[in-house]
Design a protein around this ligand. Structure first.
Ligand SMILES: Cc1cc2nc3c(=O)[nH]c(=O)nc-3n(C[C@H](O)[C@H](O)[C@H](O)COP(=O)(O)O)c2cc1C
Length: 340
């Protein structure tokens, strides 16, 4: 029987003591999956859960200040939102997780996947995959502090061998993790080579908690293939979600994107960035978002060059309106692989 993607994605999934309504989730994306973007995404719907951008546990442990980059939310989204933390100290991570719980998030996610130098240099993110005992200690410390679902996001590790990730997945489960997101790439690879989805199947076989597969899902066929070939319980979408925030609704509810959706999405995002951020930050986030958005168009690079020159949200709106007057041609699969 043919695999019915919407039917699968719309199945609820139990995670710890909670249930999510669907299996397609927004992956954590620093500087992209911000509160403005998530409000845009919430307007389309279709996701089972959203992961926040990563926040430093050192900053978050002191309280629920809504000024920490990444640690910003709308109260309405908390029931669908998991807060991602990074850090290298189990106690600090535990204290930060308590703040996450106090704020009312759905869950807390631990970042063992980020391989950028600024994070790894401080012993955080994927660097912790080099010290599995410490990584497991962090999971256990968080588990002791909170009752809400605990998630772990991790990668293959630092060598192209799935076995350490398989072993770690088991240990994360034993330490109290309720769900995992696995991105099957080695840590130094910043998305240049394709992820090895076969490793997702290996990790899935090793654990009994839900596993979200992640990495290079750019079409409904990719999503179907990942689910079919790996047995993962759900899929975490990263870059495609930014380029096409309606993709969750498209794949789970069958909404058909038309020319209008591209235009209104761009204009709405500008409004939301202006609503949530002070002007300079709004423009920086706007540039990041539109790099992904521009990948939807045959001549997206020209559009992106124009929007980068915008000094204000009003300039950006004008660039969007002018672009749509030219009836831009969209592409089937966005060229986000070109983004580094
Ligand atoms: C710009 C950017 C920022 C990211 N930020 C985070 C992050 O804060 N935390 C995290 O765990 N992963 C982060 N990732 C990794 C993504 O969550 C995801 O694993 C990766 O993009 C592969 O999925 P995709 O092919 O669907 O984009 C980031 C990726 C990108 C491109």
């Amino acid at each position: 029987m043919a695999f019915n993607l919407p039917e699968f994605l719309n199945q609820p999934l139990s995670i710890g003591n909670r249930t999510i309504p669907g299996r397609l989730v927004l992956a954590p994306l620093s500087k992209l999956g911000n509160v403005a973007f998530r409000e845009l995404l919430a307007g389309y719907g279709g996701f089972g859960l959203m992961f926040s951008e990563m926040s430093s546990s050192r900053a978050v442990q002191h309280g629920t200040s809504n000024t920490i980059a990444g640690f910003m939310w709308r109260p309405k989204e908390l029931e669908h939102l998991v807060c991602q933390l990074f850090g290298d100290d189990p106690d600090t991570m535990g204290r930060a997780a308590r703040q996450v719980e106090k704020a009312g998030f759905f869950g807390v996610d631990i970042n063992f996947g980020c391989s950028v130098a600024s994070i790894c240099r401080h012993g955080c993110g994927a660097e912790l995959l080099k010290t599995p005992d410490l990584a497991v200690k962090i999971v256990a410390a968080i588990r002791r502090q909170v009752a809400l679902p605990v998630f772990v996001k991790f990668r293959t590790g630092w060598q192209d061998d799935p076995q350490p990730a398989v072993d770690l997945a088991r240990r994360f489960e034993d330490a109290g993790a309720d769900a995992l997101t696995f991105h099957p790439r080695v840590a130094p690879d910043r998305r240049t080579r394709p992820p090895k989805w076969a490793y997702i199947a290996r990790v899935k076989e090793a654990v009994s908690i839900p596993l979200f597969g992640n990495g290079n899902v750019f079409s409904a066929d990719d999503c179907r293939t990942m689910l079919n070939t790996t047995g993962c319980n759900g899929v975490a979408l990263g870059r495609l979600a930014i380029a096409r925030p309606w993709i969750f609704a498209q794949w789970t509810r069958g909404i058909a994107p038309d020319r209008d959706i591209y235009k209104t999405c761009a204009l709405e995002m500008i409004d939301l960035l202006e609503k949530h951020f002070e002007p300079a930050l709004a423009m920086r986030r706007l540039n990041r978002f539109f790099a992904y958005y521009a990948s939807n168009f045959k001549f997206g690079h020209t559009f992106y060059a124009r929007i980068c020159k915008a000094q204000t949200p009003e300039d950006a709106r004008q660039v969007v309106l002018d672009f749509y007057r030219e009836a831009p041609e969209t592409v089937t699969i966005p060229k986000i692989t070109l983004l580094r």
